[in-house]
Every structure is written in C-alpha cells, then in structure tokens.
Design a protein around this ligand. Structure first.
Ligand SMILES: C[S@@+](CC[C@H](N)C(=O)[O-])C[C@H]1O[C@@H](n2cnc3c(N)ncnc32)[C@H](O)[C@@H]1O
Length: 257
C-alpha cells in the first residue's frame, strides 16, 4: 500500500531534517511543501512534483493526493513538527493506516538550541507553556495570556498577532515585573535574527521593525517565535547537578566513581 507521509521538516534548515524524513521524502513523487520548504529543501525535491498544500481546498487536496498515490508515495513537509500548531490532522485521520508521521525538530527545540538555554530551571522556572494569542481567544472564564504569564513560567509564543508594545504590557502585568524576552526571527533560514532583551527594552531594540508582519496586508506568516521568562538569562552553577547526583542518581545505582 502506498503511503502518505507527514514529515516534520524542522525550522527550515535542511540540515535539521531527520534521516527518517529524508528517507521518506525519497519514496515520494508528489510532495506538498509550503513556503519556504520548497526552496530550503530543494536538494531533496529534484524530479518530484512539488505543490503548496494551501493552494487547495480540502476536497481538491484529497483528489490530488489520491491521483499522486496511483504513482508512488505522497509526502507533506510539516513546518517544525506535527506536535502542535500543525493543520494536517484531518488529512492524517482521513488516510488512517495509510498515513505515516515522521517526527521533526520543532521550532521550540531549534529556539532552545539557538539560545543555548534549557527552558526550565529548578528554582527559576518550573513550567514551559506553548501558547498563541491568536488561538487563546476571549472566551469567558478561559485563561488570558497575562494569566499564563506568571512567575516561574517560560512562555513560548507562536503566531503572535499583537503589537509588540501591547504584548510586552500584557506580559508585564502577568509576570509583575520586567523579565527577559527573546524574538527569534527566521530560525534556521536566511535572514535569521535573534533579539534578546527584557519586557522594558525589547521594543526599543526592534528599532521600529515589524517582526510579526502585522502591517503586511497579505497576512503572510512572520516566522518569529517569542520566548519569555527568567530562564533565558538566569545564572546557573553546578549545585543543581550535585544535588541531583546526591539525592537521585546515586540511589539509582549510577556509578559515582
Ligand atoms: C503554524 S506554527 C508552526 C509550529 C510548528 N508546527 C512546530 O512544531 O514548531 C507557525 C509559527 O511557528 C513559528 N515559526 C515557524 N517557523 C519558524 C522559524 N523558522 N523561525 C521562527 N519561528 C518560526 C512562528 O511563530 C510561526 O508563526
């Protein structure tokens, strides 16, 4: 049976495609690759029919996939990874056992690596929350962004649609103080930029540049992830390591020599 592959394609840098993803891609003749993957993954797409999935409505997409399956496997390159904020669930369910999902490097993973920071730190941060102001909504009784932005929380903010001034003011209310914030723009892509500041300074650091395409009439995705929280800059010494070794790892029989 021919397969429909849903391949986590990472942030865009082809080096962050997994070996499994590349192997799956090789088997496909028809590949759905949204911008910018058609260009960044071009080395793996030679001789294949490449389309943007968002050019089709759902029934057209099914017809196109079914036609492609007559020839060979079909593949989708998923921005980042399927785990969250990926619109492919209805297709995966539709193809059932024919669907195969390959995990990829999520944007959160790429961001942590680029910042060289783990997003939880004992004593500093005890939770990391993935969130988008676009999907939070304003429903009565549901938590708002500022409710999620409390002391000890790292926030990873996807698809931001708030002006940066408003976003920072909202977060400041939640945290009750200015905390570190990073804007990670076009991670793993040409034009990558990382801005690190705090809630009081980051607007100034953007020098008026719109990192979220809020003024772009096409509404084109901005490819900017926001990471907020004290874990971004908190100093870390070896005491946490030694505490865990003494109280946890030694008891498990891990060699202490
Ligand atoms: C629809 S979500 C995709 C999330 C993805 N499924 C994942 O696993 O990470 C799109 C949002 O992810 C972030 N994003 C995607 N690609 C990015 C990149 N290369 N650099 C920075 N942020 C990116 C932006 O916040 C963008 O609005």
């Amino acid at each position: 049976m021919k397969k429909v592959w849903f391949i986590g394609a990472g942030p865009g840098d082809p080096q962050l495609l997994t070996l499994h993803g590349v192997a799956a891609l090789r088997q496909a003749q028809l590949v759905f690759a949204p911008d910018p993957y058609e260009h960044t993954c071009a080395d793996f797409l030679g001789g294949k029919e490449v389309c943007c999935p968002f050019d089709f409505d759902f029934s057209e997409l099914l017809a196109k996939i079914n036609a492609g399956l007559q020839r060979a496997d079909v593949a989708f390159l998923i921005p980042g990874d399927l785990t969250f904020y990926a619109p492919f669930q209805a297709l995966i369910d539709h193809f059932g056992a024919q669907s195969q999902v390959v995990p990829g490097v999520g944007i959160a993973n790429a961001a942590a690596a680029r910042l060289k920071r783990t997003l939880d730190l004992p004593g500093i941060c005890n939770r990391a929350i993935l969130v988008s102001p676009r999907t939070l909504g304003n429903e009565e009784g549901m938590p708002r962004l500022e409710d999620l932005a409390g002391k000890g929380a790292s926030l990873l903010i996807y698809m931001n649609n708030l002006p940066l001034e408003e976003l920072c003011a909202t977060l400041r209310r939640g945290y009750g103080a200015s905390v570190p914030i990073a804007l990670l723009h076009r991670l793993g892509l040409p034009g990558e930029e990382i801005l690190l500041g705090d809630l009081d300074t980051i607007v100034f650091e953007t020098a008026g540049r719109d990192y979220f395409n809020l003024t772009d009439p096409t509404g084109k995705p901005a490819l900017t992830l926001v990471v907020v929280g004290e874990t971004l800059t908190a100093p870390v010494d070896g005491s946490w390591w030694d505490y865990r070794r003494e109280h946890i790892w030694k008891k498990r029989g891990v060699s202490t020599e």
